[in-house]
Design a protein around this ligand. Structure first.
Ligand code: AMP
Length: 300
């Protein structure tokens, strides 16, 4: 079976939305992405947690058959992020970011991970994304994700990273910040000039836009009616996309649209539960059923 290597944050999230409030749930960009990818391929995860990380969360990764050889468990506290959403859930505020064991984290790639063909550098400091990439052996397809924080405090590292990756995923406000362009299509063109061949701008409930050598693709979002907690939707999107791509036969160009549609579907499930509760308990049949609906909804 094919596999995807995923590095990112492995976190405890305390999140307040208008309909739910939960402390110290399993979270982090790598956790969301790995769980989403696990419905399509084997996942090799790289991250770090402290000794306070609940055993039940480790078991949840294992239930999804995520390879944990690259997950370090070290003395200290697990990365903790807390955030609060506004009434419409489009905007959120970070209340606290406690780096804990991420402060001194140096990812060491197990030998068994080094030749992985598909690599997802999920949201984490660009210096750590570089460090993981340095230890891989000629991967076939590398995608990086990021967040506004790194545009603000680690832009030089991020720009260097963009010269090393095939794909780059970011949300529309980040694309605007990076390029100083209000028009998303102009922003996409400018981001290509920074390096990546495939650029995806996520627009939350409005879907996402891919720009690649084949042109533009508008990927719809699945309509979510029961929105509970959108945290991790972006990570689930890119995780599912990479999981599907790693198993699909043929070129990236041929498969990426279908892969993004899978990303939309898994992200929609993510929004319907707190943290990973909904995405950790899916079946492939449920995913396929929403894929069918999405196809019908956008056929004309
Ligand atoms: P998303 O909703 O897709 O933007 O991802 C939310 C996830 O990002 C949460 O599970 C957080 O734990 C994680 N996160 C928040 N801040 C950071 C950060 N500075 N570095 C890495 N991950 C973060």
């Amino acid at each position: 079976m094919s596999s995807v290597l995923i590095v990112g944050s492995t976190a405890l999230d305390s999140i307040k939305t208008p309909v739910a409030e939960n402390p110290r749930m399993l979270g982090g960009s790598a956790s969301h992405a790995a769980i989403a990818a696990s419905y399509f391929s084997l996942v090799r995860m790289v991250g770090v947690v402290g000794e306070d990380f609940p055993k039940s969360y480790l078991q949840l990764y294992k239930r999804r058959r995520i390879d944990l050889e690259g997950l370090q468990i070290v003395p200290g506290k697990t990365f903790h992020w807390s955030g609060e959403y506004e009434a419409n859930m489009n905007n959120r505020r970070t209340l606290a970011t406690e780096l804990g064991v991420f402060e001194n984290f140096t990812p060491a790639l197990p030998v068994s991970y080094q030749g992985t063909a598909f690599v997802l550098l999920a949201n984490i400091a660009p210096s750590l994304q570089h460090h993981v990439l340095d230890q891989t052996l000629r991967p076939k397809f590398v995608v990086a994700d990021t967040m506004d924080l790194w545009l603000n405090i680690a832009l030089a590292d991020l720009l260097k990273l963009l010269k090393r990756v095939d794909g780059f995923v970011l949300n529309d406000s980040e694309a605007q910040q990076l390029t100083q362009e209000d028009n998303v299509f102009n922003a996409l063109r400018k981001i290509h000039q920074l390096g990546p061949k495939f650029v995806i701008v996520k627009q939350g409930s409005h879907g996402s836009i891919l720009s690649s050598p084949e042109g533009i693709f508008l990927c719809p979002a699945y309509p979510v009616r029961n929105l509970v907690d959108p945290t991790g939707a972006g990570d689930s999107f890119v995780g599912a996309m990479m999981g599907y791509l790693s198993t699909a036969r043929g070129s990236i160009e041929k498969n990426i649209r279908q892969a993004m549609a899978y990303g939309s579907v898994v992200a929609s499930f993510c929004c319907e539960g707190c943290g990973v509760t909904r995405t950790a308990r899916l079946t492939r049949a449920q995913i396929e059923s929403r894929m069918k609906e999405l196809r019908e909804l956008t056929r004309f």
